[in-house]
Every structure is written in structure tokens, then in C-alpha cells.
Design a binder for this molecule. Structure first.
Ligand code: UDP
Length: 298
């Protein structure tokens, strides 16, 4: 369906997930052992709570990790010779990946796979393998990482959203995190990938936030990570709209209760078309729980 060349940037060690790591990709690239030992070190450090495995939800393996741990892991990547992309799938994307092996591989091959929606956390619980950190919203991960980057003067490029939004988000982030270095911004409605990649590489950021919506951002990151000179690239959906002040997050009590999706639906009723799949997602989970049958295509 998609012609994306996907390279593995993370090594998955003894995971509970049924999604298989693409070790052939690693073998082709030098430094696999080094990467493996780096991931081992990080996982060992986070091990008390990370449990060294991914939790499978309908074919996608999620890192069993809290928001703070995910941000620390990402920050440590900046000081290593690793390079990863980060995905933040919600139930809609998992549902899409069920019938799309390319997308599923792209998700599973990410260096960090964070459970963005309450539906993923509930799904993991229904399958008898609860995620210790519950859900890890992409935007919370981003904020936590930005705080760390600001302290050490790391640089960021913002890609995505409508023209003007990324620049505005950059200004607001600079005001909020004075130590943060914003080296560039570009909107997400481009047609020439190569020109965008050149612009990003020319700006030499440590981190790229790719906020192009799903699954566009996941496909774009996997297809371009090889030629991007960044340490970390994170797909963060509508986060730039929030950073720019053009969209609001749900009140904190709704976030805590896991009703952020309801608030977004209220603000953007057109999302109902996408959410209509959620009951199917739950039904498939129930089916898997009762009969243990995998319902995704291989
Ligand atoms: N977007 C973009 N390029 C596109 C399509 C979408 O930059 O070709 C942006 C859009 O303007 C919005 C974000 O991607 O800022 C999508 O936000 P949403 O919350 O819908 O993300 P999702 O839930 O799909 O991850």
C-alpha cells in the first residue's frame, strides 16, 4: 500500500509483544551490537518499572513506561550515538495497522511506542497485561522532553500544522522554556519531501517534532529518518496547534478521568467519523480476550 523503506532503529529485547522486530534491518547496519547494548543499559536503568518488554495491543507493541521515563529515555538518546523515531498511536491508528502490515511494522520498529489514548491503556488492561504507566499522551511526553532540552540548551525544529502555526508555536515555546533553542519551523502542507529534509538538516536540530497527523507523520518519519540528521524525531499529531494556542486541551480533570477524547470530539465534531471505529476496536479486544485469537492480518 505504501512504498516506505523502513529501517530498524531500536532493538527489542525479550518482549511480550507478538510483533516481530526486523532484525535483518539491524544486521545490515553497522553498530547493531552497540545499539543493543545502549538500549540494554537504558532499559536496565529504567528496569525497576519498565519491565523490559513491550505490551501487545492488537499487533502493536507499546513500551511499558511512564511519561517521565519516556522523556528521560528520549533525552538520553540525544547524548548517545543512537537515532530513533517516536510514535504515539491511539486506538484509531492501531485499528488502521490491523489491516496494514507496513504501518504496523513502522509502529513496531519505532524506538519508542507510547500509548497515547485511554483506549490503549484500557485495551492492555482488558487483555490482562496492563501498562504500568497507564496512557502516555504524546503532548505530555513532548512537554517533559522540552523541559529537559531547555535546561541543556538543546535544539528543536517544528514541522507541521497550517502555515504560520509552527512559527507561532516556536515563539510561545521559547517564551515558556527560555533555554530551548528553536532552529526552524515549517508547515505540514508541503509536497517536496527532499526540500523539507534539506531545510531541517540545514538547521541542524537535535530533535524534530513532526506533527502531520496520523498515519502521515508515521509514514513520513519512517521514510525519511535515514536522511534526517537529527537524533530524535517524534510524531505528535495536533500538538503544534496546542503549543501555538490555536487549540485547547481538555480541562485537567477530564484528562485525569481519561475523557480527553470526549472533549476533542466536542471541539471537533468531524472527528466522529474516525471515532466510529472505536466500538469495533473494543469488540476485537473482547474477542481476543475470550478466544485468544489474533485478528490482524500478517
Ligand atoms: N496536518 C499537517 N499536514 C497534513 C495533514 C495534517 O500538518 O497533511 C496537521 C494538521 O494541520 C493538524 C495535525 O496535522 O495540526 C493533525 O492533528 P490531529 O490532532 O488530527 O492529529 P491525529 O489525531 O491525526 O494524530
Amino acid at each position: 500500500m505504501y512504498s516506505v523503506q523502513c529501517t530498524v532503529y531500536s532493538v527489542q529485547i525479550s518482549r511480550r509483544t507478538e510483533a516481530k522486530p526486523r532484525r535483518a534491518g539491524l544486521a545490515r547496519r553497522g553498530g547493531a551490537t552497540k545499539r543493543a547494548s545502549f538500549r540494554h543499559q537504558l532499559e536496565a536503568r529504567l528496569g525497576e518499572v519498565r519491565d523490559d518488554m513491550r505490551i501487545d495491543v492488537l499487533g502493536v507493541g507499546f513500551d511499558n513506561i511512564s511519561t517521565e521515563q519516556a522523556a528521560q529515555f528520549a533525552f538520553d538518546i540525544l547524548r548517545s550515538d543512537e537515532k530513533i523515531y517516536v510514535v504515539t498511536p491511539n486506538p484509531e491508528i492501531v485499528w488502521m495497522a490491523r489491516r496494514d502490515k507496513t504501518l504496523r511494522d513502522i509502529l513496531n520498529n519505532a524506538g519508542l511506542v507510547l500509548p497515547d489514548g485511554i483506549g490503549i491503556a484500557l485495551g492492555a488492561r482488558m487483555l490482562g497485561t496492563p501498562l504500568r504507566g497507564g496512557r502516555v499522551p504524546g503532548i505530555d511526553f513532548a512537554v517533559s522532553l522540552l523541559e529537559k532540552m531547555a535546561v541543556s540548551g538543546r535544539s528543536l525544529f517544528l514541522l507541521g500544522a497550517k502555515p504560520g502555526t509552527a512559527e507561532l508555536a516556536g515563539q510561545k515555546l521559547k517564551d515558556k522554556y527560555p533555554g530551548l533553542v528553536i532552529v526552524g519551523a515549517a508547515d505540514g502542507y508541503f509536497t517536496d519531501d527532499s526540500a523539507v529534509v534539506s531545510e531541517i538538516n540545514g538547521a541542524q536540530p537535535d530533535v524534530l517534532f513532526a506533527c502531520l497527523g496520523s498515519p502521515k507523520q508515521e509514514l513520513w518519519m519512517a521514510g525519511n529518518i535515514d536522511r534526517l540528521n537529527v537524533k530524535l524525531c517524534a510524531g505528535l499529531g495536533g500538538s503544534l496547534d496546542v503549543f501555538a494556542g490555536n487549540a485547547k486541551r481538555a480541562p485537567v480533570f477530564m484528562q485525569k478521568l481519561g475523557f480527553e477524547w470526549l472533549y476533542r470530539l466536542f471541539c471537533e465534531p468531524r472527528r466522529i467519523k474516525r471515532m466510529i471505529k472505536l466500538p469495533l476496536f473494543v469488540m476485537v479486544l473482547v474477542w481476543k480476550r475470550m478466544f485468544g485469537v489474533n485478528t490482524w492480518e500478517n
